[in-house]
Design a protein around this ligand. Structure first.
Ligand code: GDP
Length: 136
């Protein structure tokens, strides 16, 4: 079993598709080990995305992530990191495959509905950023 970190981003919460995304997550065989709705501050979003701090889209990305509530999740499954990345689809919804979260619920590369850790080290940092050990 492996754990990964996921976010239902502010655009998807605002559109009212959190329930549909959760149903797809559970339907795909993930166990939800942690779940909370939060509204990140700009500083919390900057800390979460610190690896992108030098990128030109950093300001817009952290504005967006702190623009409204989102749902943070700890998902568990065999090979969870890759399985969730595959289910999310490509970063740009226009390039994502049919049936993926980003194709079906994302509007643009900025408003792409979901987040998922991309490696075990990233998952460890991201899970620890939002969840206390006792919660999981
Ligand atoms: P992810 O792992 O697929 O979410 O992609 P990254 O970790 O590379 O980027 C984090 C988030 O920043 C993505 O989900 C996008 O919303 C945004 N992003 C990434 N690359 C770009 C880009 O080239 N332009 C813009 N505007 N946003 C981007």
């Amino acid at each position: 079993m492996q754990r990964t970190f996921a976010i239902i981003k502010p655009d998807a919460v605002k559109k009212g598709v959190s329930g549909q995304i959760l149903a797809r997550i559970e339907g795909a065989g993930f166990t939800v080990r942690g779940m909370r709705m939060i509204h990140m501050s700009k500083g919390e979003a900057e800390g979460f995305y610190h690896v992108h701090s030098a990128r030109p889209f950093f300001g817009g990305l952290t504005d967006f992530m702190s623009s409204g509530p989102c749902v943070v999740l700890c998902l568990e499954a065999p090979d969870a990191i890759k399985q969730w990345r595959d289910l999310m689809g490509a970063t740009d919804p226009a390039k994502a495959e049919a049936g993926t979260m980003r194709k079906d619920f994302g509007a643009s590369i900025d408003n792409n509905a979901t987040h998922g850790s991309d490696a075990p080290e990233t998952a460890a940092f991201e899970l620890g950023y939002f969840f206390r050990g006792m919660e999981l």
